[in-house]
Design a protein around this ligand. Structure first.
Ligand SMILES: C[S@@+](CC[C@H](N)C(=O)[O-])C[C@H]1O[C@@H](n2cnc3c(N)ncnc32)[C@H](O)[C@@H]1O
Length: 232
């Protein structure tokens, strides 16, 4: 699959896939979108609740979400275990052209991105003292997860229009089962059909304000019911 490096409106790079006519991020700003959807709506509120956080990313791609998650948690007393699944990994040469460090994080960002794309994807490695990254080359459809494992799922697949097979009940049910109670799955998509599919799997789905040309995004919660026993 051919891939082209592009520059989005906040100055940060993204990648365009001509074959799918699809970008890896919003063309209004890659860093802006990742910060909004995954860090602000997911990681930051989770940091208020827990100190040991397991994150699953579907579609690790450029590594931007993993690197931003590292920058956000590096100086905090937390332990992050991050699994990033990617079916079509970037080469080291593609990774080294990314300019995220010019927009946010400077040398630390650069170092993260280089570490990620130098990985042989065989063993987990430390992005920092408190942050283990397990970069897996695989298709989401082919992986089985243990139950009750993830506090956050960054669902960053290509859009439902170009990749409908990743937005199915089967896939969301697998992710629901793999998540811990009171965990969140985040996605930039707010399509009604996507939300309904997630609700069928047991999620409680909130619409949050979107970013970069999207009015809304979705945050799906693996809820524990408030159970009230009524005596009659
Ligand atoms: C919208 S891009 C987002 C990439 C990434 N999160 C980033 O910030 O750069 C979707 C990513 O999902 C990957 N992908 C496509 N099909 C996949 C599959 N079946 N399983 C896992 N990843 C897949 C693509 O190669 C691409 O890197």
């Amino acid at each position: 699959m051919e891939r082209k490096l592009i520059v989005t409106e906040d100055g940060s790079n993204s990648i365009f896939v001509p074959e799918l006519n699809e970008h890896y991020h919003s063309t209004h700003g890659a860093v802006q979108e990742s910060m909004h959807v995954f860090i602000e709506a997911g990681l930051k509120p989770m940091l208020q609740k827990k100190q040991k956080i397991n994150i699953l990313e579907v579609g690790l791609g450029t590594g931007l979400n993993a690197a931003l998650s590292f920058l956000e948690t590096e100086l905090k007393k937390v332990q992050i275990n991050y699994i990033g699944i990617e079916a079509y990994p970037l080469s080291l040469s593609e990774g080294s052209q990314l300019n995220f460090h010019e927009i946010i994080g400077g040398d630390k960002m650069r170092e993260c991105i280089m570490k990620i794309h130098s990985s042989n994807r065989k063993y987990p490695f430390y992005l920092g003292e408190n942050f283990i990254l397990n970069y897996l080359e695989a298709k989401l459809e082919d992986i089985q997860f243990p139950n009750d494992s993830f506090d956050l799922v960054y669902f960053d697949a290509f859009s439902p229009g170009v990749q409908p097979e990743l937005w199915t009940k089967e896939v969301f049910q697998k992710l629901y089962n793999a998540m811990r109670f009171e965990g969140w799955l985040l996605t930039y998509s707010s399509k009604g059909e996507v939300r309904r599919t997630m609700e069928e799997c047991g999620f409680e789905v909130d619409k949050l304000p979107g970013v970069g040309g999207k009015r809304e995004m979705s945050r799906a919660f693996k809820k524990i019911a408030d159970f009230h026993h009524h005596e009659h």
